[in-house]
Design a protein. Structure first.
Length: 149
């Protein structure tokens, strides 16, 4: 049974996913569906894998490097002061990592909580290509011009 990750990868491959940022060696980087924190992305492993433990050591290494490179891009592009990384897979059992920039101007209460606990993800600002396209293009450019690929 295809997961949401499968569907998003197929749409990205077909050029039909507006949230697609770019293809990295280990998978597709897409903008998150909700943008409480400008630059929130998800890395979808492609080909789809059940979880991190299903990957070979070289695949794990590549995926971890790509994840960290996205964090580097967010630090450089959106002005984040740190980046949170989350791999769950409980609801959508296919390997994907939420990569969430954190900002110094978040309230003291929100800044110390995991993003999913601090923000209302059911009612947040939805991804909007007109609003989010600029940072997406800058992240894409950063990743495509980064020498660590």
């Amino acid at each position: 049974m295809p997961t949401g990750v499968h569907k998003k990868i197929r749409a990205a491959e077909a050029g039909q996913l507006p949230a697609a940022i770019c293809r990295l060696p280990s998978g597709w980087l897409i903008a998150g569906d909700v943008q409480h924190l400008r630059g929130y992305c998800v890395l979808l492993h492609d080909p789809v894998a059940k979880d991190l433990n299903a990957l070979s050591i070289p695949e794990r290494t590549r995926y971890a490097l790509d994840t960290a490179r996205v964090g580097d891009a967010l630090l450089a592009v959106v002005g984040a002061y740190r980046v949170n990384y989350e791999i769950w897979g409980n609801l959508d059992p296919a390997l994907h990592t939420h990569i969430v920039p954190r900002f110094a101007n978040e309230s003291d209460k929100l800044r110390v909580l995991p993003p999913r606990q601090g923000y209302d993800w059911d009612h947040g600002p939805a991804f909007d290509l007109a609003r989010d396209g600029e940072w997406m293009a800058r992240v894409r450019d950063y990743l495509q011009n980064d020498a660590t690929t």
